[in-house]
Design a protein around this ligand. Sequence first.
Ligand SMILES: NC(=O)c1ccc[n+]([C@@H]2O[C@H](COP(=O)([O-])OP(=O)(O)OC[C@H]3O[C@@H](n4cnc5c(N)ncnc54)[C@H](OP(=O)(O)O)[C@@H]3O)[C@@H](O)[C@H]2O)c1
Length: 210
Amino acid sequence: MKIAVIGTGNVGGILGARWSEVGHEVTFGTRDPASPKVKSLLKLTENKARAASVLDAVSSSEVMVLATPLKAARDAIAVAGDLIGKILVDCTNPIGEGPDGKTMGAGKSAGEQVAEWARGARVVKAFNTTGSNNMADPAYGDHKATMFICGDDTAAKAVVSKLAAELGFEVCDGGRLSTARLLESLAMLWIHLAYSQGLGREIAIALLKR
Ligand SMILES: NC(=O)c1ccc[n+]([C@@H]2O[C@H](COP(=O)([O-])OP(=O)(O)OC[C@H]3O[C@@H](n4cnc5c(N)ncnc54)[C@H](OP(=O)(O)O)[C@@H]3O)[C@@H](O)[C@H]2O)c1
């Protein structure tokens, strides 16, 4: 599958490198495709992935993965071109937003805000509820970390579920895009446990079933 990963930081770098490793055609959409940071990221993928402008990456791909800070998301979406019918995976969290610094306020989630900016895109919220270290390796002994996703387009969610499973996650569909606020709260819980509660980043949330 052709995947445009927008953002070459912790999340974008790891997701792009791993999908490239399992055989997807990854293009990093970046503000500076020639930067030393981007060059070393491409080297990490044994130059299987490539780098381009956000517009070129998105227009040549079936899936756009938004892995920028939420503050930069509107600008990244604005330069991404026509998104009608495109699957957009929103990894962002509303860190530093809203009155408590953790929500968009007024009941709106980052996922729903992204969907408003990206008119016509099939938005799936995913890869926001756990640390990028778990995206690199979701295995905890015999257990797999759970990747919670949500969105309004069933076919788009099936594609994203497969992309998450290929990285080693157990996938849980949380329902419609309006569930994004719960996924973003779950991300805040993970961050709180890792940093404020001192558990560190080598923790993951898994759903048990019987
Ligand atoms: N870090 C985690 O463990 C984690 C886990 C889950 C979700 N998230 C969420 O995922 C998103 C990305 O997190 P991250 O940790 O990967 O962030 P990061 O390391 O800061 O990387 C963000 C990337 O976004 C790109 N970008 C585009 N426009 C930008 C702008 N105006 N200002 C700054 N960067 C810009 C940059 O790539 P270029 O320089 O190549 O353009 C940058 O490398 C955030 O919304 C975060 O809340 C993070």
